[in-house]
Write a protein that binds this ligand. Structure first.
Ligand code: MG
Length: 549
């Protein structure tokens, strides 16, 4: 506890009696005054630990909120600013001096002195740029306990290369927190050292620990007993499935150090628990502005809770050879598409089918110069039945497996007939090619951005076993953005650049198609494995949500 010299003197005077205290004070009066002084100290300087309730936002100020006001990083001023901004947390870095004083500083040297080889007295000769004394961890925690009911202390313990030092630091930090009664203020302990976090967990089982290094899969952190992961945002961009895995394991998700609006928005969309940032004001503003799609009403759905042909009020068929020089012949037969056991089944067969549009082998059109097809499949469409402008579309499905298969959930613009492809715009909610079993793609094609020019805007995401387990493939399409999701994780976000319809033809209605193609320009690149037939795509539901106007 920080007790100023004058209060300290007063306490000593009261306890031991002195000239400043009247001699006729009884000891009970002295205790009464003592109690009042203590009460005053606790109630004025320190928040009631039971009153601390971390603010309902995901923002962690990285090394405090230092940037806007020009405070030094890791200064008490930056911590106080983070509290003033009501960030959910304020992060700081802890090291230990040669004489075992825990201090708050980032680098392993301070004022050209190595922290681990210098005493606190040597280091503290040098003030921070704002004339603050180099804060000890005790100073820092006490400053964080003062008039603070919103902002958790996020304590990063910097690993040491000296043997045994990491365990010592972990023990010293926990001992200090216990001595100060600061447990409730310490929202997270974070570290690049797995060993430090394991030691923290061992010493203080209620402590919450986040691993920083980015090298460990979420599942293994869970097994190790850590609370969550706090990885560099690039790691999540590269491995978005870790977001899904972390959520399924109930791990806390944090990312560092996220200063860019698009990155902050991406983490918000992915419902990160925490966002560590040098721009807490910006992150607070983006978080306040963020709108979830959770309350969008369902406007259209097929749950496939009937038997037989797909509901004709919802689905039409494409038949014959249609596009991309694909090898399948689409049919409206129950053999290729039907509803059974609560699912829509698209079944693809290797079987010979006469081409009704065949003219002769020498006509130019591939649709007319093939006398027959070697495969049959189905392509369902909501064209002329249902179209939407801006929506969230969720499709839960298992994909068919096999080289040469090309299942897709995708959309075309309503003006397709008038202006043609790619001017009408295409939204590929999910595409998968059988020769890349661990990947799916989410892509847009427009007049400016399309695969004929190699300028399409798409991204792939790793998928774990799309064949034997259901996954949810989603699109969230607003006037501003096109987001592609796998299992609720946004892996590709395409912003409306507000240029022309050549870049963004998406301010019109689109219809939905669901199909399994065989071969063709993308699916057939590595040939067709004929042992993969027959096969099924199994769809549990298609749901369309739209924001209330
Ligand atoms: Mg740090």
């Amino acid at each position: 506890m920080h007790v100023s010299a004058s209060v300290f003197f007063l306490l000593i005077s009261i306890i031991y009696g002195s000239s400043v205290v009247p001699q006729n004070f009884t000891s009970s009066m002295r205790y009464a005054i003592l109690s009042i002084v203590f009460l005053a100290l606790y109630s004025c300087d320190t928040s009631d630990p039971d009153q601390i309730q971390f603010a309902d936002n995901p923002v962690i100020a990285h090394r405090g909120a230092w940037k806007t006001q020009g405070h030094p990083q890791n200064s008490i001023a930056s911590l106080r600013e983070a509290i003033a901004l009501q960030c959910a947390g304020s992060e700081f870095d802890v090291r230990m001096t040669a004489d075992d004083v825990l201090i708050v500083t980032h680098d392993k040297d301070y004022a050209d002195l190595l922290v681990e080889e210098s005493s606190y007295a040597e280091l503290a000769q040098y003030l921070l740029p704002n004339d603050e004394v180099l804060p000890t961890l005790e100073d820092y925690i006490l400053a964080g306990m003062k008039d603070n009911s919103t902002t958790g202390l996020v304590c990063e313990i910097k690993p040491s290369a000296t043997a045994g030092r990491n365990e010592e630091m972990a023990a010293a930090v926990i001992a200090l927190v216990e001595r100060l009664g600061a447990e409730k203020y310490m929202s997270y302990y974070i570290s690049f050292s797995h060993k430090i976090l394991m030691e923290i967990e061992r010493l203080s089982p209620t402590a919450r620990t986040l691993y920083l290094d980015g090298s460990i899969a979420p599942e293994r952190l869970k097994i190790a007993g850590l609370t969550g992961l706090d990885y560099h945002i690039a790691k999540y961009r590269k491995k978005p499935h870790w977001i899904y895995e972390a959520k399924s394991q109930d791990l806390v998700l944090n990312a560092w150090t996220v200063n860019d609006t698009a990155d902050i928005d991406w983490l918000l969309k992915n419902d990160f628990d925490l966002i560590t940032t040098d721009e807490p004001e910006l992150a607070r503003e983006r978080a306040a502005r963020y709108q979830t799609t959770d309350d969008w009403p369902l406007v259209w759905a097929d749950e496939f809770d009937y038997e037989g042909a797909p509901d004709p009020e919802k689905w039409g068929y494409e038949t014959g050879f249609i596009r991309n020089q694909e090898d399948q012949y689409y049919t409206d037969s129950l053999r290729n598409s039907r509803v059974e056991d609560g699912h829509l089944i698209l079944e693809t067969h290797r079987e010979r089918m006469i081409n009704a549009a065949y003219k002769n082998d020498n006509v130019k059109s591939w649709k007319q110069n093939r006398s027959h097809a070697e495969y049959t499949a189905a392509s369902l469409t909501t064209k002329d039945l249902a179209e939407w402008q801006y929506a969230r579309i969720d499709i839960k499905a298992k994909l068919p497996a096999g080289r040469g298969l090309w299942p897709a959930f995708w959309m075309l613009g309503a003006n397709w007939k008038e202006v043609g492809w790619p001017k009408c715009g295409e939204i590929d909610i999910m595409e998968h090619v059988g020769y890349e079993p661990d990947n799916i793609f989410g892509t847009i094609h427009t007049e400016s951005y399309n695969h004929m020019r190699g300028t399409q805007k798409g991204k792939d995401i790793f998928i774990n076993n799309p064949y034997d387990s259901f996954h949810v493939y989603s699109l969230i399409w607003t006037p501003e953005t096109m987001d592609f999701l796998l299992d609720d994780v946004v892996y590709n976000s395409i912003p409306n650049e507000h240029l022309t319809e050549a870049e963004w033809p998406f301010d019109q209605k689109f219809h939905l198609k669901i199909n399994v193609a065989v071969g063709g320009m993308l699916g057939g690149r590595e040939g067709i494995d004929d042992s993969a037939f027959p096969n099924q795509m199994i769809i549990d539901y298609v749901r369309v949500y739209q924001a209330e106007l």
